[in-house]
Every structure is written in structure tokens, then in C-alpha cells.
Design a protein. Structure first.
Length: 470
């Protein structure tokens, strides 16, 4: 492999510099390429230029992004990830350390290390590397057409996925679509509308490029359905109800591939409910399991007692399957138990990013907004039925639109708790954040719905303006 990497680039100095910068970002990764790729890609970090010379090297560059995402980033599931910090910002989790307390108390400072490195910095790292890959695909190389389409589709998806979280956590942010540092270092903030337009543009292109089939046995690299599931979410956030319904229906219709699993197996790596999952570092289970499961007094987070004890109906199976408690002399602490393994070399769980239950909830909400109430009831009853609680079709088939939407939003809270910031983002997109959080957050301000831009970014680029309230 080293001989291949030492070949000179045919794309000129600018391309060499760009690739070398990307490699500096990738070289620190410990990639287990073999698990992502069902062929014999060497298990090694990429260390030199010309990473896009052939299929193996181009794929290795792409896999470096996933490796970084699951190791230490906004997506890795541990402290500093979207899942934990948004859970603290909403009404799901309690913090037990200083950095987390800033999110729990909604007093996040622009100097917060977790904000700077993970929530803001790491999505841009994924975006930058995606841009390098996309630019490299257009240069001279020996990449086969099929692999080129796959890599472009995945790189565009990763860029869109990263921007989805940036725009929802920070609002207006710089829109980086190339790897030229001379442009990036002075980039202006793009509007939320422009960012969403780019997200849709990338996802629509990715949808055309990716195949229906996964390129691996495990669902650790996006396929066409992964893109369609994210598109359904994006359109829901934009209140484009028809497109949200259409894309959700496209995914749900693939019943030979995706089905709701039993609650205790929904987060196993072989779950038929999973649409896309991130593989943890080799030999490890999820960071979510390590962060959440308690065997002593919490050091990072625990569930709010009021959520754990009061949010679910008595017969709701999710409370039994997905919430546990630990008791010692300090008290009783509740914790999420969607992931069952805190630490083991027997790997049975990956970090689930997109799953079918969310898609049913998306379609239910979109259909209710479109006044297709009976169809919305069918969808929400799929989720309620699995949970073992009364079906709307039996208890209130004539329910009105307003009440049905409220039930759907509550089902999102119960089904998707401590997953990828859903509760925090739902409160924001529905305009309910102040109404719900001000009674339980003494220092809550309406401007807290956006996190501050890290101060080091503002100091580095005078074109970036701080969000209101900071």
C-alpha cells in the first residue's frame, strides 16, 4: 500500500496540498476498514497524498470519516455528542460535571471545549474531508464508475448529515463546499434557508448515486433508503408535509428489508429496524451504552426522575425495556437502557442513527398535518401497538387534528428519547421550547434555542457573528 501512496499526484500542486491537508486529518484515525468493507481493504491509516488514485484508496479515505465520527465527534454517542448534550439542553438528562452542566442549565459559554471540539468543530471536519473527496473524484484517477458513484453519494450524504446538525444547533453558519483554506478562513455565514437548500441538493444527488442494496453485510454505510429517510426528516423540519410523507412512504414500503423489531432487540447491530448505524471502534460496543448504563453514582449523566417515572403509561413496554435504575446510599438514579452493553469485547450493538420507528413517526405527523387523520392514526398505532399501549383507532378514532398531532409529538418524546437530540430539536422546531423548558429551567431564556458559536471561530474569522444572547 505504501508504494501506491507514494506515487506522485497527476493533479498539480493545488490538489496535492488539498489532499495532504485531508490526510493530516485522517492519519490520526485507527480505521478498521475490513469491517466497513467486505473486501480486503488494508487495515491502515492513510498517511500520504494521492488517496483517490484507485478504488481501495478512495474507499479508505471515505471510511476514515466514519471512523472519526464513531470515535470522538458530534456523532460518537459519548460526552460532547449530540445525543448527550441535546439531552441535557432539553428535559431528558441531568448533568454531573462542569462541562455538561453548562448545557443542563442552558448557560453554554462560547469557550466550552465540548461545544468547540465536538458539536461545532467535528461536523466541519467531516464536511471538509467530504469536500476533499468530492474534489478528488473529479481529478485523474483509476476509480471504477460504480465505486465512484458510491463514494460521491456517501460523501454528499455525510456533508448533508453534518450540516443538518450544524444548522439546527447553531442556526446560520458558514457553508463550506470546497477545501480551499484561503476561501474557508474568511467564509461568511449562510442563511438557514441556503443551508437547507444545500442539504436537499446533496441528498437528492446522493439518492440518485447510491444503490438500494447496502455495500456491506451490516448497515454501516448509507444506501438509497438511508438518504430517503434523512430526506423525510429534513422535509418534516421544513414543514414540507407532502415530501415528508412521500419519502417516508418510500422507506416504509420496503418491508422485505425494514421492520419494527422487538423492543429489547431494536438496537442490536442485526436489527431489521435499523436503516443506518455507526460501527464503534474495533472490539467495542457503543459509547451510548458506556455513557448511560450505571453501576455507581453517575459521573456524567442520568435520566431526569420525572421523565423516567411519570412520562410513560403504566402498561408501556418501553419503560420496562428501555429504562433501568441504580440505587445506592446516594439515592436512586435512572438511566436509558436502549443499549444493553456498557463494556464488553463481545460486540452486539452499533450506534443506531436512523431507524424505521422514526420514519413511521415522521409520516404520522406529516399525514396529520395534511388532514389525512385516519392514515396518521394507522402510523402512530404501529408505534403504540409495539409499546403495548391502547391504540388510537380503538380509543379515539374521531380524534381531531390538534389532539392527534399532540399525541404524535408525545410519542416522539417517548420513542426517541436520548437519541440524536430528537427531543431538543422537536421542542425547537415546534416552537415549544420556552413553554416546556422555562418551568423546569430556572435560567431559561428564549435565545437558548441556539448554541453560541465558539469564540475561537469568531476570533479567527471576523465575518462570523455571534448568536443572540451570548
Amino acid at each position: 500500500m505504501k508504494n501506491l501512496l507514494n506515487k506522485k499526484s497527476e493533479n498539480g500542486g493545488k490538489f496535492k496540498v488539498t489532499i495532504m491537508i485531508a490526510l493530516c486529518m485522517l492519519s490520526s484515525l485507527s480505521m478498521n476498514c475490513k469491517n466497513y468493507l467486505e473486501v480486503g481493504t488494508p487495515e491502515a491509516s492513510i498517511e500520504q497524498q494521492n488517496i483517490l488514485n484507485n478504488d481501495e484508496l478512495a474507499i479508505s479515505a471515505l471510511l476514515g470519516i466514519y471512523s472519526k465520527m464513531s470515535t470522538y465527534s458530534f456523532a460518537y454517542g459519548g460526552q460532547g455528542s449530540v445525543t448527550l448534550m441535546c439531552g441535557l439542553s432539553s428535559d431528558e438528562l441531568i448533568a454531573y460535571n462542569t462541562l455538561g452542566s453548562e448545557f443542563y442549565e442552558n448557560k453554554v459559554t462560547p469557550e466550552n471545549d465540548l461545544l468547540n471540539q465536538l458539536l461545532f468543530g467535528s461536523p466541519y471536519q467531516a464536511i471538509y474531508t467530504s469536500n476533499v473527496i468530492l474534489e478528488g473524484l473529479s481529478g485523474p484517477n483509476s476509480i471504477t464508475s460504480k465505486v465512484k458513484n458510491q463514494i460521491e453519494g456517501e460523501a454528499r450524504f455525510i456533508r448533508a448529515f453534518s450540516y443538518f446538525y450544524l444548522v439546527n444547533l447553531f442556526g446560520s453558519v458558514p457553508l463550506h463546499l470546497n477545501s480551499d483554506y484561503r476561501i474557508l478562513q474568511n467564509a461568511q455565514q449562510a442563511s438557514v434557508t441556503d443551508i437547507y437548500n444545500q442539504i436537499i441538493l446533496d441528498l437528492r444527488a446522493s439518492e440518485q448515486l447510491l444503490d438500494e442494496n447496502y455495500v456491506t453485510i451490516e448497515r454501516v454505510r448509507p444506501n438509497k433508503s438511508t438518504v430517503q429517510a434523512l430526506l423525510s426528516r429534513v422535509y418534516l423540519y421544513l414543514k414540507d408535509w407532502q415530501n415528508a410523507e412521500n419519502y417516508a412512504t418510500t422507506v416504509i414500503s420496503k418491508s422485505s428489508v425494514y421492520n419494527l423489531n422487538t423492543l429489547d432487540k431494536a438496537f442490536e447491530k442485526s436489527s431489521s429496524e435499523t436503516i443506518w448505524q455507526l460501527m464503534p471502534p474495533a472490539g467495542k460496543n457503543t459509547n451510548e451504552g458506556a455513557a448511560f448504563i450505571l453501576s455507581a453514582t453517575p459521573l456524567v449523566v442520568s435520566l431526569r426522575n420525572t421523565f423516567a417515572t411519570n412520562a410513560f403509561e403504566v402498561t408501556d413496554k418501553r419503560k420496562i425495556a428501555w429504562i433501568k435504575s441504580f440505587t445506592n446510599t446516594a439515592g436512586t438514579f435512572y438511566f436509558p437502557f436502549k443499549y444493553k452493553i456498557a463494556s464488553s469485547t463481545n460486540v452486539n450493538e452499533y450506534s443506531v442513527v436512523l431507524r424505521l420507528a422514526e420514519v413511521f413517526l415522521i409520516r404520522a405527523e406529516a399525514r396529520a398535518q395534511l388532514d389525512k387523520l385516519s392514515l396518521a392514526i394507522e402510523d402512530i398505532d404501529k408505534i403504540r401497538g409495539r409499546a403495548g399501549i391502547a391504540l388510537i383507532k380503538d380509543t379515539n378514532p374521531q380524534i381531531n387534528k390538534t389532539n392527534l398531532i399532540q399525541i404524535i409529538l408525545n410519542e416522539r418524546r417517548l420513542e426517541l428519547f436520548t437519541e440524536w437530540g430528537h427531543r431538543w430539536l422537536d421542542l425547537k422546531r415546534t416552537g415549544k421550547a420556552t413553554e416546556v423548558l422555562s418551568p423546569v429551567k430556572s435560567s431559561w431564556n428564549s435565545t437558548d434555542v441556539l448554541y453560541p458559536i465558539p469564540s475561537k471561530e469568531i476570533n479567527r474569522n471576523s465575518n462570523i457573528k455571534q448568536n443572540d444572547g451570548y
